[in-house]
Design a protein around this ligand. Structure first.
Ligand SMILES: Cc1cc2nc3c(=O)[nH]c(=O)nc-3n(C[C@H](O)[C@H](O)[C@H](O)COP(=O)(O)OP(=O)(O)OC[C@H]3O[C@@H](n4cnc5c(N)ncnc54)[C@H](O)[C@@H]3O)c2cc1C
Length: 431
């Protein structure tokens, strides 16, 4: 069978691996010049490792990633570190990456709030019953069990940062459960960065006979009367027995006019938010304490949600002794940061850098790069599991797998690998 895959992210590449190993003839079409999609990276002159365009790490609990790395024979390149994540309270930052660190955090006082926070955290680590949790918003559930003070202090700033004022109160509790229950304090990456694994993955696919065509955007998909699907590409119209699309739900509606109204409506119901990230290279370390991840409340005047000092995770000597910082934010795609130049975005971020380290000086800046995507974070509302479109679309032979369908888990490379494998199984079952 001739199978086309649209997108060389983790979903598309994993599906290609399984299909090629089962003996199918697979072509991946990727509009960018490199593979990896949202997890791809770049390298400035002098750097040994690439840096992801959007900050990336993975967790000890990411079983699908571990299996993939083993299959690709890349285990000796895995690096796990235990960098420190911090939260803000009255002008200072405190470690906040485990239940025990959270219990020492002064923002909750030392009485009933801390006890409720601890019990709720423990319950969420232990329960598997996410279906009951998706019936309620995270705000209502937390207000009831952890208390309004705990929700407002601990969770609301993160929910607002991730989903904006518009959606923060509407996200269901299963999403927050998935974040709390599936994460570890040890964080993983690869020698060379995620791009090193991704490039190795492409080589493995090619060795199995998969064709990977970069700089090739698919502009339309048309079902034909003989059951095949025609792809529209500038200058060509190849036909395939099966097609798997791994783009965003919105992009799929534009690519396939033949989708039924019902499936199209289910795609439109899948809301998401974008992201804008500025990567900044500095001559000196920013964090005096060596912290990796700063959760920043916008209510305290910070210009972004997260400030990530990547070189407190991966050693600076991999980057020509430069410090690599991400200033990142989840924003609706019509937010002004999407259209700002990198210089103007940098000007907006500088007060945040000075708040973190008052000695910071603009002379420390070596360079900066701006990255943005309108599709960064799916938004799950109450009863979301009932609203996820099937991987099989109503167009015979056309399949769809995206970040919006990995629920109840939050999007991530581990879950992209999972859904890519699931999509390949469904394609093969239907052959
Ligand atoms: C800010 C941010 C931080 C993140 N942090 C982490 C993290 O720390 N850890 C983690 O594991 N995950 C993280 N993620 C999530 C992770 O990057 C994604 O879950 C994962 O990469 C999704 O893979 P995918 O293959 O489904 O989609 P994508 O990576 O989006 O791949 C889809 C591919 O399809 C291509 N494409 C789309 N349309 C077409 C077309 N018409 N023709 C040809 N090609 C097309 C795109 O160019 C893209 O390469 C983060 C994401 C963001 C945005």
């Amino acid at each position: 069978m001739k199978v086309a895959i649209i997108g060389a992210g983790f979903t598309g590449m994993t599906a290609a691996l399984d299909l090629a190993e089962a003996g199918h003839d697979v072509v991946i079409y990727e509009k960018s010049a490199i593979a990896g999609g949202l997890a791809s990276g770049f390298k400035a002159p002098g750097w040994q490792d690439s840096v992801e365009t959007f900050y990336h790490h993975w967790f000890q609990s990411d079983a699908a990633m571990k299996r993939l790395v083993k299959r690709l024979d890349f285990e000796d390149q895995v690096r796990f570190y235990t960098p420190v994540s911090v939260m803000y309270h009255e002008g200072k930052f405190y470690p906040f990456d485990s239940i025990s660190a959270a219990l020492r955090y002064p923002g909750l006082g030392f009485g009933i709030h801390k006890i409720r926070f601890g019990f709720v955290g423990l319950y969420l680590r232990l329960t598997k019953n996410w279906r009951a949790l998706e019936k309620e918003t995270a705000r209502d559930w937390m207000n009831r069990w952890a208390g309004e003070f705990v929700y407002r202090t601990m969770w609301e700033p993160m929910m607002i940062g991730k989903f904006g004022e518009r959606y923060a109160d509407r996200v269901n509790m299963a999403w927050l459960w998935a974040r709390i229950s599936a994460r570890t304090t040890q964080l993983g990456t690869f020698e060379g960065g995620f791009q090193a694994l991704i490039d190795h993955f492409v080589e493995k696919l090619r060795s199995l006979g998969v064709t990977v065509r970069f700089n090739t955007e698919i502009t339309a998909l048309e079902p034909l009367s003989d059951g095949k699907i025609r792809l529209r590409i500038g200058g060509g119209a190849p036909e395939y027995d099966r097609v798997l699309a791994t783009c965003s739900p919105e992009a799929l509606t534009k690519l396939v006019p033949a989708l039924t109204a019902e499936y199209r409506d289910s795609l439109k119901e899948l809301k998401s938010i974008g992201a804008v990230v500025l990567v900044i290279a500095l001559r000196k370390p920013l964090s005096k304490e060596g912290y990796y991840w700063y959760n920043l409340p916008k209510s305290a005047g910070f210009p972004c949600l997260a400030l990530v000092e990547h070189t407190n995770f991966v050693p600076r000597d991999r980057y020509d002794d430069q410090t690599i910082i991400y200033a990142g934010d989840y924003l609706a795609p019509d937010h002004e940061n999407f259209s700002l130049s990198k210089e103007d975005l940098l000007k907006k971020m500088i007060p945040g850098l000075k708040k973190i380290n008052p000695d910071f000086n603009e002379d420390w800046i070596v360079d900066c790069w701006k990255f943005s995507t309108p599709y960064a974070q799916p938004i799950p509302f109450v009863d979301h599991s009932e609203k996820i479109p099937d991987i099989r679309t109503p167009v015979p032979g056309l399949y769809f797998a995206s970040m919006s369908q990995v629920y109840p888990y939050d999007r991530g490379t581990n879950y992209a690998i999972d859904i890519g494998a699931k999509a390949a199984r469904i394609v093969m079952d239907n052959l």
